[in-house]
Design a protein around this ligand. Structure first.
Ligand code: G3I
Ligand code: 9MR
Length: 587
């Protein structure tokens, strides 16, 4: 019905009959969920020739406009023209009609339009839980038996100590599967949980009302914190109580096949070598957790204290062992069995020191941590699992006026550095082929590029909170729009949300469960010209297009907790701030 009406509107508009044969929603790239009434509204038309467009609701053409002059992707050489229909503000269901190109997927204009993204992406973590069955009540058709219990894990020879010799059996249950694989990595867990807790710290009212249907929903703790706690409890078990050191990961020796978790749960699992990176990331997130969960001392008695104690002990271990790097290949020369799963190896720990020091200072108020952090000795760059300095800045600026008086004079300098990152990200964004902050350089398109877009969005939200300049907020929205369809691939990269979404993510349960639709709410890695998976189904090598919706593609179509978390933050923050999207600089 809708299509028929739309087609007739398109015919009217175009006055030619060729439109019928050429409808191609994939050529019209927009946030496939839709737009906020008061916010900017942009679509990118992946075609050079046409110039006119219309916004149609039912039988009514509510807006007619001209596409922008063409822009050219520096990566593919392809042309786009932009449709700006920000003037359409009335809530409703619409399509965009571009004569000669086609009719877009239907989209909505309404308040809370990205709420499904915030909810589904948080719920995505529930689907990654180990050690418990996923009941149909919460998991729907993706219900499954419990995966790895991790109650009998072996100490790998690389991790042997006097009190825990190789082969000692430990219990280290709970937590989330890292990604499409079934292992658990402390370094990656650190930034992931920190990002989720930061959404709570930055937008407490929003966090309190975010309810996503997990077993804990309705208890005295917000779902965001309940879900985060599921992984924090695992992380706490990764600390050796005798010395405070933290194992780098809990893993199989090699990756499992593409099987359901309960089918492979009996493979031997190991805790592997302690590392300084693991200790520092652990210290940072435990320090943050002790601040956040202190307000929930009644339902979670003692938790905040336990987290703080764990943080301090990990920091002390790191100070005594400041340069224990995780070098998997070297480790494998020394110890058996060889371990070939994800390494999360990082040779530069100055940013891990900065982050952990900043968090411990924020939690304890003791200046010695800030001194040790050497925060300003490195530049503020975009957060990722191996680059965490900015997280320390975010925390200190969030506390701002609450910091002890003698540190207040440093705030303007810290703020300048964080805002400078956003200024760099924003430069020229509205002239790009998709008018998104994402895509400024080819380096944005790495393994997990979707998380680059989401973390850029978070940086811009931080700049907005600091300056109240609405340009930053709208910049952040361009990257959420990117993730949901306004990009060179035409995919909404979040499973289950939108019209063209990945169906074949590199995710063992989604591959093995016999259900056509992948587990929902998971963010696909996105374009990555590195193509380390050597899949043969890529159809483009251009940086912004180099993506294949194929389960073989762990380099472009895997999912991972550290990619989902910034999506939860970005979608949640935009939802929380939606009322500000129409602000002008002087409001
Ligand atoms: O650090 C170098 C940088 O100096 C250089 O300029 C750049 C050029 O390509 O490469 C950088 O290294 C990259 C590294 O990530 C850090 O960004 C590597 O090329 C790249 O291959 C590496 O990708 C990581 C991948 O594991 C392989 O190690 C991803 O970031 C990381 O997200 C991914 O994580 C995996 C886990 O190992 C296992 N579980 C699944 C998870 C998601 O795929
Ligand atoms: O499934 C693994 C994925 O989680 C990792 O990101 C990726 C790179 O380390 O490796 C995947 O496992 C593949 C392995 O590296 C090579 N053989 C095929 C495995 C997937 O089918």
């Amino acid at each position: 019905m809708l299509n028929k009406l739309v087609t007739s509107s398109a015919l009217l508009l175009a006055g030619v009959s060729t439109v019928l044969a050429q409808t191609g929603p994939e050529a019209i790239r927009l946030n496939q969920l839709g737009f906020y009434p008061q916010a900017p509204k942009t679509a990118a038309v992946a075609a050079d020739a046409p110039t006119a467009f219309a916004v149609v609701s039912g039988k009514d053409t509510v807006f007619r406009g001209q596409l922008s002059a063409p822009r050219t992707s520096p990566y593919s050489g392809k042309k786009t023209r932009l449709a700006d229909f920000s003037a359409v503000r009335k809530p409703g269901k619409y399509v965009l009609v571009v004569p000669g190109v086609g009719v877009s997927y239907p989209f909505e204009i309404r308040n809370n339009v990205n709420e499904p993204v915030a909810k589904a992406s948080l719920k995505g973590f529930y689907f990654q839980r180990l050690s418990m069955p996923l009941d149909e009540k919460y998991a729907g058709k993706w219900a499954r038996p419990a995966g790895h219990p991790d109650t009998k894990v072996l100490v790998h020879p690389s991790a042997a100590s006097a009190s825990r010799p190789a082969g000692t059996v430990l219990s280290s249950p709970l937590g989330w599967y890292d990604a499409g694989d079934y292992n658990k990595y402390i370094v990656n867990s650190g930034i992931t949980v920190a990002t989720l807790l930061s959404l709570h710290e930055d937008f407490p009212a929003y966090s309190q009302k975010l309810s996503v249907g997990i077993p804990e929903s309705g208890n005295a703790v917000p779902d965001l914190l309940d879900e985060s706690l599921y992984n924090l409890r695992w992380m706490l078990t990764m600390q050796d109580p005798t010395d405070g050191g933290v194992y780098h990961k809990l893993t199989n020796a090699k990756f499992d096949g593409m099987e359901m978790p309960h089918k492979v749960a009996n493979t031997p699992r190991y805790v592997v070598q302690k590392s300084t990176a693991a200790a520092l990331d652990f210290a940072a997130v435990m320090a943050q957790a002790s601040r956040v969960y202190r307000a929930y001392n009644r339902p979670l008695p003692g938790l905040a204290d336990s987290c703080q104690r764990a943080a301090l002990r990990a920091w002390e271990w790191a100070q005594k062992n400041p340069a224990v790097l995780y070098r998997q290949e070297e480790m494998n020369k020394q110890f058996d069995p060889d371990v070939t799963t994800g390494a999360y190896g990082d040779n530069n720990l100055s940013d891990e020191w900065a982050w952990a020091g900043a968090e411990l200072f924020a939690t304890t108020g003791k200046p010695e941590y800030l001194t040790a952090a050497k925060l300003t000795e490195g530049s503020v760059s975009l957060p990722s699992w191996n680059q965490v300095r900015a997280l320390g800045y975010y925390t200190l600026l969030r506390l701002g006026k609450k910091l002890p008086a003698q540190f207040q004079n440093q705030l303007p300098d810290w703020q300048k550095r964080v805002v400078a990152l956003s200024d760099t990200l924003m430069s020229g964004f509205d002239q790009r082929p998709y008018a998104t902050v994402m895509g400024r350089t080819a380096r944005d398109f790495i393994w997990g590029s979707s998380a680059v877009a989401a973390n850029q969005g978070i940086a811009l939200i931080q700049a907005y909170r600091l300056t109240r300049d609405p340009r930053y907020l709208r910049g952040a929205l361009t990257n959420l729009d990117y993730l949901l369809g306004r990009n060179a691939t035409g995919y909404s990269f979040v499973t289950g949300l939108g019209h063209k979404t990945p169906m074949h993510i590199h995710h063992r349960p989604s591959e093995a469960d016999g259900i056509a639709e992948p587990v929902p709410g998971l963010l696909s890695g996105g374009p990555n010209p590195g193509r380390q998976d050597k899949c043969t189904t890529y159809t483009s090598t251009a940086a912004d297009e180099c993506f294949t919706d194929d389960a073989c593609s762990y380099a472009s179509n895997e999912i991972a907790i550290n990619w989902n978390a910034p999506l939860v933050y970005l979608a949640g923050a935009i939802e929380a701030l939606q009322g500000d999207l129409g602000r002008t600089a002087n409001d």
